[in-house]
Each structure stands twice: as structure tokens, then as C-alpha cells.
Write a protein that binds this ligand. Structure first.
Ligand SMILES: [Zn+2]
Length: 356
């Protein structure tokens, strides 16, 4: 306990008082009497309860101000003298001010902000994304997906060069696999679109857009021409994204993040314009990929195909990349060909044979 806790020194303070009516300083003395501040001078006598006193955050140097209820203020030019008197009289800054003046307080507040932002990013946004998407009618997904595909077509996807017969065979095989895997009521609606990778240079690839639009590139169909079950597995993975509305959730999450950023920087204009870019460039969360792989495994099993067949996909993709040189590929992380995760995913499909 410090000696300042006992109000023995500086019992009064000579200072200046403004009554709030005239711009004239009046000489007064201040004295603490019990729970009140007494302001006394020529023609001035006020008694103000301490808890009604307000003052702005102190600067290290400079005058001190104290606002009185209703009207009037006290101004004291000698900051250090005021602080010594105030301390001796037990007049303490509000806790917020004390916090702001303590670097430890600032550091803790900063840390709390960072942790809060991290928690919002990690859990809040996915949770809110899920809730928001649940409230969005499916027709909106359809519109977003169609516009995104139109945008990809403009950006460089080319019409498919696959023969009509080959396309029809892939469609038939996948439709039959879906029919066997899901009861009619749970069968996700999808449309399958064939495209050549074209100027987008996404190579052998497949991806799903909101509204059940699934795209398979000629390059992937050709790579897997001898293993139709693997094409079915790839499409079943995309169907997993469709079934769980991962595309829409990614768009909504990106929108929420942009909205949160907008709260900070105040600019919402680019949110909608960014939708195709988001779908093309932002990786699905790894959880989404795992969920889609589980869907592929379930569909393959329902069709009596060993999930480890999918290992062929990753081997062929690795071969293809070696032949092309990595540099020619545009990253499209929403697609099935997600390089860094290849090893983990290969393991998942391989292990799925053993667990039934
Ligand atoms: Zn995927």
C-alpha cells in the first residue's frame, strides 16, 4: 500500500473554474469532502458528487480538464501538479482510461482482437455460411452457377472436342451409378458439362459450381478413357460438392469475409463482381474436399467398385504434370486435381477398401 492512499498531502488545489456561461476563468480551490468535490471561490460554491465528474483521457503533459455535471468545467494548466493532487485524493481515472494508458492493457486488448478475428475466421464464418446458405433458395444457386460457367467460358474454356458417343457413355455410366447410390428422394440434381481446358489451361480437371453444374474437361476424360469407373468416382466427388452446396457456401463465406473487411475499410462494391474469381481461385476448405471424397467412396462402394481404383487418377495426373511441366498449369483449387493434398487423398481412397 502506498502512502498516496491516505489523503494527507495537497488537501486543496488552487485552480481555475469556468461556469459554462461566461468565457472567464474564476480562481477557485478544490477540496474533496467525503464523496463530494467542493469547488469554492469568490461567488462560487459547488458541491459535486465524485461519481458525476467526467474527464477526458490524460495526455502525459499539458492541461487537465474536468467536466462538471450540467455545466461548468475545471481547467488546470499544471498536469503533474493536478495528477499528484488527484492521486492523493483518491480521484482515479475510469478503468477504460487506465487500461488505455497501460501498455499491458493495450497488448491484451490487441491479442483479444486478433483471437476474436481468428475465431470468426475459423468457426464463425463457416457456421454463418452454412446458416445463410440454408436460407437461400436453390434457384439462386442455379443462377450463380450458370453465371460462373458463362464467365469461365468467356475466360477461356473451349467447347468439348469429345465425340457425342463418348460424352453419352460417360453420362450414362454416371447416371446409372448415381441411381444405384442414392434412393430417388435423396438423389442430388446435377447437370454435366463437357469442356476443353482451352485458354484457361486447367488441364485434366473437374469442378462443381453452385446449382449442380459439374464440368469435366476433355483432358481428364481422355486421361481416364480406359478406366470409366474412375471418371465416375471423379464425378461422384463433384456430386459431393453439389449435394453439400460447397460452391454456394464458398461464395457466401467469401462474401461474409468481404463484408467483415467492408466493416473495416467500408467498401462493398466488389463483392458481387468477385464471385467467379472466388469460385476459380479460392480453395474449398479442406473439410469440403474430404466430404466430397467420402461421397465418391460411398458412390463407388454402392456400385461395387473398390475405392482404391481412384489411386489411378492421382497417378495419371502426376504423369500428365511431368509431361507438361508444372508451369503450364493454371491453379484451379476447387477442382479434383489439388496437388498438395494428392498424397493424403490417395491414402484415403486406398484405406477405404479395408473399412466397410
Ligand atoms: Zn473437390
Amino acid at each position: 500500500m502506498s502512502t498516496n492512499d491516505f489523503p494527507t498531502s495537497h488537501p486543496t488545489l488552487a485552480t481555475e473554474y469556468f461556469d459554462g456561461q461566461r468565457p472567464v476563468a474564476q480562481a477557485v480551490t478544490l477540496r474533496i469532502d467525503g464523496g463530494d468535490l467542493l469547488i469554492e471561490g469568490a461567488g462560487v460554491s459547488r458541491r459535486v458528487p465524485r461519481r458525476q465528474l467526467r474527464w477526458p483521457e490524460r495526455q502525459r503533459h499539458g492541461a487537465r480538464l474536468m467536466y462538471l455535471p450540467q455545466h461548468g468545467l475545471i481547467s488546470h494548466a499544471d498536469g503533474a501538479g493536478w495528477d499528484a493532487w488527484a492521486r492523493s485524493q483518491g480521484l482515479r481515472d475510469p478503468w477504460v482510461v487506465r487500461w488505455m494508458q497501460s501498455w499491458r492493457g493495450v497488448l491484451w486488448a490487441l491479442l483479444a482482437c486478433v483471437m476474436l478475428a481468428g475465431a470468426i475466421w475459423q468457426w464463425g464464418v463457416p457456421w454463418a455460411g452454412h446458416a445463410v446458405v440454408a436460407a437461400i433458395p436453390a434457384s439462386v444457386d442455379q443462377t450463380v452457377g450458370e453465371q460462373a460457367l458463362a464467365s469461365f467460358d468467356r475466360e477461356g474454356l473451349s467447347p468439348s472436342r469429345l465425340g457425342a458417343e463418348q460424352q453419352a457413355a460417360i453420362r450414362r455410366a454416371f447416371a446409372a451409378a448415381v441411381e444405384r447410390a442414392y434412393p430417388a428422394a435423396e438423389r442430388p440434381a446435377y447437370t454435366l458439362h463437357f469442356r476443353s481446358s482451352g485458354r484457361m489451361k486447367i488441364g485434366p480437371n473437374a469442378f462443381a459450381l453452385p446449382g449442380g453444374l459439374m464440368v469435366l474437361t476433355d483432358e481428364l476424360a481422355e486421361l481416364l478413357v480406359a478406366t470409366p469407373d474412375v471418371i465416375t468416382g471423379v464425378l461422384a466427388h463433384e456430386l459431393g460438392h453439389v449435394r453439400h452446396r460447397h460452391g454456394m457456401r464458398t461464395v457466401v463465406q467469401a462474401g461474409l469475409l468481404a463484408g467483415l473487411a467492408g466493416l473495416v475499410v467500408g467498401d462493398f462494391s466488389s463483392v458481387l463482381a468477385a464471385v467467379p474469381a472466388v469460385l476459380g481461385q479460392q480453395a474449398y476448405a479442406r473439410d469440403f474436399e474430404r466430404q466430397a471424397d467420402q461421397e465418391a467412396i460411398a458412390v463407388l462402394r454402392a456400385n461395387g467398385v473398390r475405392p482404391s481404383q481412384m489411386v489411378v487418377l492421382f497417378e495419371r495426373l502426376a504423369d500428365w504434370r511431368r509431361r507438361q511441366g508444372e508451369t503450364q498449369l493454371t491453379e484451379l483449387p476447387i477442382a479434383v486435381a489439388d496437388h498438395p493434398a494428392d498424397a493424403e487423398r490417395t491414402r484415403v481412397f486406398r484405406d477405404a477398401d479395408a473399412v466397410r
